[in-house]
Ligand binder design. Structure first.
Ligand code: BGC
Length: 764
């Protein structure tokens, strides 16, 4: 297990290698840059017991798809899967000491340390290995996935003979024999493909450079992986070896005792999703040459500079709890590694660290992860929203399949925009994703006032999502002619296909009224863009009137007797789950009970109504939030990793500080401590961003309300002091909270007035 090193606040360290911890640690030591992700696998490979490891290199948004096979099909079911592919393994470096091959599982490991430093962005491994025949070598490996050069991975591999002089062979390869994981008993991992879907189309191998060109089976995307090397050694020869699916360069070195041999390996990945077919290989080769020209040391410097800027805008400090400090920085670092930032890709639920959820993007981005970027690195949040704009055509197609005459319906889970959820009750039925995206546009605008985004991208998203809700809902007579939204699933996946999910209705109301407001604003302030929008979308005034009417007559379930908001129309008609007689090992419930059994009960997988009240906090009284919290907390299993952070924020707001802290702890180290037991399949990206929200929106009490940034800080007893930074309307503000009070520092931008609780504070 990764050391809970109390002193290391900027890194994670492993001091002992244990096969049973390997699978999870491959996730924790994964590197990525939003485009490429490489699991923390060893360069030489790993041959441990079955089920204790997974080799994985991923490219965000690079997938293959297959026709989904249903036992029974119905109209409109998702047709094809999309699975992020495990691509060419470029990190392969095998080491032979005379005739003995180095492996972590043979001979003796005399010293070992693996670390990942969040300021450097370098994965390091230092080993002293004694071969079965008694030869000792020191091996030091450094690996980076470049933040500045999105196609580049680089490895520095250093070997020093300790007790001998003799022959050493280093074989560096690009291995095209890669497949995705296949599991059939965990719906969260996905079945994947049977066998290899990447065929080799072309190979290059000359001197110390090589390349493999591969093609996906069904999507027909092209992928190139190129490598180049620089070896620092006195005397050596080179062999080029070509196999059916692999190209390798072998360096045969006459090594001398105590003299280091250093191999620098540069690897570049490019695909036809970014370049024209004929350019794919050329680009990989030119990228890899440029990286080699730059050199490993310079790449390391670039990495450091990039991260310096990132932490300057992002860092959170907690004094008084080192393990939390480590957890929160680890989470922020992983989020940075996960976020696609080219407008064509997004953030997979597991980042680029594993194959859980097949590399799909969910609402996790807009409701959980986007706020983190919005208030730290707003340009990344804009790119995430541009992705949603770019898949609007697919969302329109989906809306037509679902019989909506107008508007767009975003896929519940997808890579390229098409619906990929094969289980529609917890997939397509989650129409709230439309409102979540619209809500993210609203939050983005509040925090940035980015007019250019609104007129070019945001307004269209708002119109198309609002149209969809206008078409979906109906004024129902038996509900006092209120606007009702029937047969949907809310965020809580332990209830499905319900009428009037309260969360959905509340967020749809926001969607409708904000779309109305924005279109009017365009009409009055940006006539040219307004005219273009009206023409492009054939927008009619009656439609807008309908949005307004639907929003102001939205049906919001409420139970007068209990004084709570029922999660949906039938929630209170169900029997409460028998928690007292549910054994611990039966959680998560989804792995032990048929969905129907779960749907029949009052039981929640995750925050649903409580989440709505966190997002729309100012629309509910404190008393109401408390009533709802008390009611739902008892019924929530937190089987989804998206839950505890929201309960922490809600608890903070209503003054349940001990609970808030407890939920926060559970959130902050979820992957480092593998508390959900499935970090091997990848990080829980939404939860990681949830940590940030707990601290900033929960303890920090940060909200944007009435066009002002407002803060209501609380400091948990266990801490001496904490501080965080917020990017807001071209300002960078540092907020520090200790037992005596709160202080502010305007690090960038013009002076601004903010609110601390009711009090106005001028920052200049
Ligand atoms: C949660 C969803 C979430 C998905 C991906 C599921 O377990 O219930 O809300 O979008 O995981 O993280």
């Amino acid at each position: 297990m990764v050391q809970k090193n109390k002193t290391c606040q900027w890194c994670i360290i492993e001091n002992e290698f244990k096969p049973e911890d390997n699978y999870v640690n491959e996730t924790l030591f994964a590197l990525g840059n939003g485009y490429l992700g490489v699991r923390g696998n060893f360069e030489e490979g790993y041959d441990g017991p079955k089920g204790t490891g997974l080799e994985g290199t991923y490219i965000n948004g690079f997938y293959d798809s297959e026709v989904i096979k249903y036992g029974e099909i119905a109209y409109g079911y998702a047709e094809k899967s999309q699975t992020m592919l495990n691509v060419t393994d470029g990190k392969v470096i095998k080491l032979y000491i005379e005739d003995e091959e180095f492996s972590m599982l043979s001979g003796e490991i005399l010293a070992y340390e693996r670390s990942l430093d969040f300021k450097e962005g370098i994965l390091k491994r230092n080993i002293i290995w004694k071969s079965p025949k008694g030869k000792e070598v020191r091996i030091s490996v450094e690996r980076l996935v470049s933040f500045n050069r999105k196609h580049i991975v680089a490895i520095q591999y250093e070997v020093t003979p300790i007790n001998f002089s003799g022959s050493i062979k280093i074989v560096s390869a690009l291995d095209g024999e890669v497949t995705n994981l296949t599991t059939e008993n965990d719906p969260r991992v996905g079945a994947g493909f049977k066998g290899r879907v990447l065929s080799v189309e072309d190979k290059r191998l000359a001197n110390t450079s090589g390349a493999l060109v591969q093609r996906t089976k069904n999507t027909r995307f092209l992928l190139a992986c190129a490598m180049q090397h620089q070896l620092k050694a006195d005397s050596y020869s080179i062999d080029c070896i070509e196999d059916e699916l692999k190209v390798s360069v072998a360096f045969n070195i006459q090594a001398e005792k105590n003299k280091s041999i250093i191999l620098d390996k540069y690897i570049a990945y490019t695909t036809s999703k970014d370049f024209k077919e004929e350019e794919v290989l050329v680009k990989a080769e030119s990228e890899v040459s440029a990286a080699m020209l730059c050199g490993f040391e310079k790449l390391k410097e670039e990495q450091k500079e990039f991260l310096h800027e990132f932490w300057y805008r992002t860092d959170i400090q907690i004094e008084g709890d080192d393990s939390l400090q480590q957890g929160i920085r680890f989470n922020m670092f992983q989020l940075l590694q996960s976020a696609g930032r080219d407008g064509k890709t997004n953030i997979a639920a597991k980042g680029l660290t594993g194959e859980g959820y097949e590399g799909h993007y969910f609402w996790d981005t807009e409701i959980y992860i986007l706020p983190f970027f919005l208030y730290t690195n707003p340009e990344i949040s804009r790119k995430l929203l541009e992705y949603r704009y770019n898949i609007l055509p697919k969302a329109r197609d989906r809306a037509r399949v679902m019989s909506h005459k107008k508007g767009a319906l975003y896929a519940w889970r997808t890579i390229d925009g098409e619906e990929c959820s094969a289980y529609y009750p917890a997939g397509t039925a989650q129409y709230h994703i439309n409102a979540d995206i619209a809500f993210a546009v609203k939050r983005y605008m509040e925090a940035t006032e980015d007019r250019d985004f609104l007129i070019n991208f945001g307004a269209e998203i708002l119109v198309e999502t609002a149209r969809l809700f206008a078409d979906l809902g109906e004024f129902i007579e038996s509900k006092d002619n209120k606007f009702c939204i029937n047969e949907v699933t809310g965020p809580d996946e332990y209830s499905a296909l319900v009428n009037n999910n309260c969360y959905t209705n509340l967020l749809a109301r926001e969607n409708l009224s904000y779309a109305y407001e924005v279109v009017l604003w365009l009409r009055d302030n940006e006539k040219e863009y307004y005219d273009k929008l009206v023409e492009k979308l054939e927008l009619k005034e009656e439609e807008m009137e309908l949005w307004k009417k639907a929003a102001s007559n939205m049906y919001i379930p409420y139970n007068e007797k209990l004084k709570i908001h029922p999660q949906d129309d039938s929630f209170l008609d169900r029997k409460p789950w028998d928690f007292a007689n549910t054994p611990k090992e039966n959680y998560p419930l989804l792995m032990h009970y048929h969905p129907l059994v779960i749907y029949r009960h009052q039981v929640c997988k995750q925050a649903d109504l409580v989440l709505a009240e966190v997002l729309l906090s100012h629309k509910f009284s404190l008393e109401q939030k408390k009533m709802d919290y008390d009611f739902y907390e008892k019924l929530t299993t937190h089987d989804s990793s998206l839950s505890t952070c929201i309960f922490s924020i809600a608890a903070c707001e209503i003054g349940y500080y001990d609970k808030a802290y407890e939920y926060f702890i559970n959130t902050a180290r979820m992957d480092l401590d593998n508390t959900h037991g499935n970090s091997k399949d990848g990080i829980h990206a939404a939860n990681m961003a949830g940590t940030w929200m707990c601290l900033v929106n929960g303890f920090g009490g940060v909200k944007i309300y009435n066009d002002k940034l407002s803060i209501a800080p609380y400091i948990p007893d266990h801490w001496e002091k904490y501080s965080f930074r917020i990017s807001y309307r071209n300002r960078l503000i540092k907020i520090s909270v200790d037992k005596k009070g709160t202080s502010y520092k305007l690090l960038e931008g013009d002076s601004i007035t903010i609110l601390e609780r009711e009090k106005e504070i001028l920052l200049s």
